[in-house]
Design a protein around this ligand. Structure first.
Ligand code: DGL
Length: 270
């Protein structure tokens, strides 16, 4: 069933952050089957080495290919920065691979090239400098002002948002001089759409907050249209797999998917 319209959309992240992307894909493509993989045994990716993330990503891609996915969406900036090129080569023609960075870079280079752009993300994403490199390759005059915000993903995972604690942490990070006078801020982590309101509040609505969710939906739309690969399932199936399972984890998936989701344990290594 490789690369046929009957194949599912495979989506993965280190954990449940990518469910923000899965939710948007599900809403926009109701006739697509979705397989979501959260690599909860290895969470967080943001602190891991590039080599470790590459090894996890290959295992996950293998599983998603075995499950007949026609598209693999890397719904994680840390994994997109560490393993997109490798995964694309590895998966080759068996499926189309979409990462969360390229569509955002394309958007910024077309629409915001003359603006002062800030970025927040995990240590892995920020230290890789990947947004800057990709943007400079398209438009050398574009500069991104990046700040690693490693407390944000675990804070959100624990359900701290729209709270006094998250307010303090968000305010502290966004007050960093590196982000001063920005016109737009890239949320370079799939967890961050959940604190979009707080970020917007900090900037009093004066900064354009860019999250990749909608841009990924558009990128997927473009691919499925140009390759005539739209699914036709009347009762589309949603499967959610995790490499480590706890009940509390399942409870927090609700925060990300905004509805109850049941997770199945599927170890990456037996
Ligand atoms: N959701 C991941 C990302 O977009 C970050 C979480 C993690 O560090 O595992 O980068």
């Amino acid at each position: 069933m490789k690369n046929s319209e009957n194949g599912a959309i495979g989506i993965f992240d280190s954990g449940i952050g990518g469910l923000t992307v899965a939710k948007a894909i599900h809403e926009n493509f109701p006739n697509e089957n979705i397989v979501y993989f959260g690599d909860t045994a290895h969470l967080p990716y943001g602190d891991k080495s590039e080599a470790a993330i590459q090894a996890y990503s290959i295992r996950i891609a293998d599983l998603l290919l075995k499950m007949g996915c026609k598209v693999i969406v890397i719904a994680c900036n840390s994994a997109s920065s560490a393993s997109y090129e490798l995964l694309k080569e590895y998966v080759n023609k068996q499926a189309h691979v979409i990462n969360v960075i390229d569509p955002m870079v394309q958007f910024v280079s077309h629409s915001l090239a003359d603006k002062r752009i800030g970025l927040i993300g995990t240590k892995r994403t920020v230290q890789s400098g990947i947004y800057q490199k990709k943007l400079a390759a398209i438009n050398p005059a574009c500069t991104i002002h990046s700040l690693a915000t490693p407390l944000l993903a675990p804070m959100i995972e624990e359900g701290f948002y729209n709270s006094q604690i998250s307010h303090e942490i968000v305010w502290n990070y966004l007050s960093d001089p590196i982000l001063q006078n920005i016109d737009a801020l890239i949320l370079a982590c799939t967890h961050y759409p959940l604190i979009r309101n707080e970020i917007n509040e900090f900037y009093k609505g004066k900064v354009n907050i860019l999250d990749s969710t909608q841009i990924i939906v558009e990128s997927l739309m473009e691919y499925l249209t140009s390759h005539q690969l739209f699914g036709t399932s009347q009762n589309s199936e949603l499967q959610f797999l995790v490499s480590d399972y706890t009940e509390s984890f399942e409870a927090s998936t609700q925060i990300f998917f905004q509805e109850k989701v049941s997770l199945k344990w599927h170890p990456l290594w037996n």
